[in-house]
Design a protein around this ligand. Sequence first.
Ligand code: NAD
Length: 246
Amino acid sequence: MRLKDRVAVITGAANGIGLATARKFADEGAILVLCDVQQEALDRALAGLLPRSPQSSAHRVDVTKRAEVDAMVQAVLARHGRIDVLVNNAGITRDARLQKMTEEQFDQVIDVNLKGVFHCTQAVVGPMLERGSGVILNASSVVGLYGNFGQTNYAATKAGVIGFTRTWARELGPKGIRVNAVCPGFIATDILSTIPEKVLERMRESCWLHRLGQPEEIANIYAFLASDEASYVNGVALEASGGMSL
Ligand code: NAD
């Protein structure tokens, strides 16, 4: 119960790593605020979590829309009086090689993966500063560290998230708020659904565990970083890729 009664906002919580993180946080005693654009998946996620965490709630929030983010934060503060943890997990891909990437593909990924993280963090940081405590966790990627074929837009956002993390760790650390990023390798979720099997096989071989990661393996890291066990960890971009960089 490392997160007992902590109020944790998770974006992109209806599927994949976000949902696994919500489940793990619920097991650790947290009160979940699930945010996503997919209403049906969100309802399913909440229904599954309520037995473990009865005070949890779900909010249809598009992280690219500042007004929706602000409304969610106001609703959470009205109900719980605080936000202890923010997991900036929502993310999308719109892959194409540099010469074929459209401006729309570029802008969509920047809006969700980068601007969405900015919106959500700016919206929760005021209440966290008032209390002098909080944890912000950002979803980066190995692609933000090493780049990836066909992912100009995505790689830029995931590298940008590391820039956010290191900047906010400096700005907010002295005020009691820790900020860290996680850089997963290739994790078996819907985000990989458009990747051909041949490429997936190369992904498996690219790391020294020779397999894809599971969402729960990333959720465990978020739970550690959100907890007091990580009380001296600030400003890191923690790679969890089965040893891709070796
Ligand atoms: P996923 O596609 O399974 O889940 C992403 C969730 O984000 C979805 O539920 C989606 O509806 C939600 N979402 C999308 N746009 C949104 C918006 N505008 N506002 C709110 N929610 C929105 O993806 P995943 O694999 O679980 O990825 C989660 C995060 O981890 C992403 O930031 C992704 O970039 C990152 N990541 C994933 C992998 C991987 O291999 N799966 C690797 C590295 C990093």
